[in-house]
Design a protein around this ligand. Structure first.
Ligand code: NAD
Length: 332
């Protein structure tokens, strides 16, 4: 049995990663698209055999309610649009897979969760690393205390951002800068390795280009203390390439991935030697997992609450930068 997906927003990620991944999935099938660019309709129809009645735009999106062929809408729009299309998708009776970061702020995350609960639809966030074998192995190393009780984690992800006019640099569409876009991978790693929620956060921001980063953050470093006492030291940046890793330190050894957060090419090592697994298509694994949750009526492990917890931590990070104070993280 398959679950039928429609992609909402046919930008870079949808075109280059998600649609190709949908050719490899076992339980998820690409049957529909939603686009604001009429010229893309024929391109996608021809390439993926999308039926005319399964092609929508942002105005007639709500008519999805009358379309029984489509089970899931996968929201691949700029962050600031995730809330609107998740809510409208749920109201149209569709399950929703929404890209990370879940939304611009925690209030929007709550509205998305509520809309999906009210409509009795499932909601998941595109946290692909949860479905990646190197990451899964590291979670297992942390949980089994193979290298002793965890004491500290270092994690960071950043890249040098190009085009100064892109939506990622606009406050309303992006919700924030490097932190929202790629900092969440470092934050996620700390959360899934420890299985804990940060209790307190301190953070600081560095800005070198005031014009380019007028509306969003450029570089942030932050420290989080987990309730068990594990210390997490993290960074994210839009200013330079290279940091893409985590390392976890236990009482008897350490383990980590570098590079950690790309679509492939993930490499790891521990005190016991290399960490080697096959690199899988993370998007295919993520979509198959969500399809199975729908088929088996289970909640996703990367639920809306999981997305909300990240936004609560991100808000504490921004608050700490604003106030210069150690900040407590809000609760779900
Ligand atoms: P993109 O700019 O390539 O695509 C965005 C799409 O939204 C485009 O098709 C664009 O036409 C459409 N759009 C509609 N209204 C728009 C508006 N007002 N301004 C700009 N674009 C508008 O972006 P992307 O890289 O595909 O990112 C889309 C989402 O996917 C983001 O939430 C991003 O964080 C997420 N993403 C996730 C990963 C991952 O590894 N999980 C990787 C890249 C992006």
């Amino acid at each position: 049995t398959t679950v039928n997906f429609a992609l909402v927003g046919l930008g870079s990620l949808a075109t280059n990663q998600i649609a190709p991944a949908l050719q490899k999935t076992k339980h998820a099938k690409l049957v529909g698209v939603v686009t604001g660019t009429p010229s893309k309709e024929k391109v996608w129809a021809d390439k993926y055999g999308i039926a005319k009645q399964n092609i929508y735009n942002y105005e007639n999106f709500d008519k999805l309610a009358e379309n029984g062929d489509i089970d899931v809408v996968y929201i691949v729009l700029p962050n600031g649009m995730h809330k609107e299309f998740t809510v409208r998708g749920a109201q149209a009776g569709k399950h929703v897979l929404c890209e990370k970061p879940m939304a611009n702020n925690s209030d929007d995350c709550r509205a998305m969760i509520d809309a999906c609960n009210t409509a009795d639809r499932k909601l998941a966030i595109g946290y692909r690393c949860h479905f990646e074998p190197h990451h899964q192995h590291c979670i297992e190393l942390a949980r089994s205390e193979k290298f002793g009780e965890l004491k500290a984690i270092e994690a960071g992800f950043g890249f040098k951002i190009g085009d100064p006019n892109q939506w990622r640099l606009k406050g309303d569409l992006a919700g924030g800068g490097a932190m929202m876009d790629v900092g969440v991978y470092a934050l996620q790693a700390c959360r899934y390795l420890t299985g804990e929620e940060p209790a307190e956060i301190t953070a600081q921001e560095t800005k070198t280009d005031m014009k380019k980063f007028a509306e969003v953050d450029e570089t942030i470093t932050w420290a989080m203390k987990m309730p068990s006492g594990v210390m997490c030291y993290c960074s994210t940046s839009y200013a330079f390439n290279g940091i893409n890793r985590f390392n976890a330190y236990g009482e008897k050894g350490s383990f980590g991935l570098d590079p950690a957060f790309g679509y492939g090419g993930i490499k790891g090592k521990s005190s016991a030697g290399p960490i080697e697994f096959e690199n899988v298509d993370q998007f295919a694994a993520e979509m198959d997992a969500f399809a199975k949750c729908i088929l088996e009526d289970r909640q996703s492990t990367v639920s809306g609450e999981e997305g909300l917890r990240d936004l609560l931590a991100v808000e504490a990070i921004y608050e700490s930068i604003r106030t210069g104070q150690r900040t407590k993280v809000g609760s779900v």
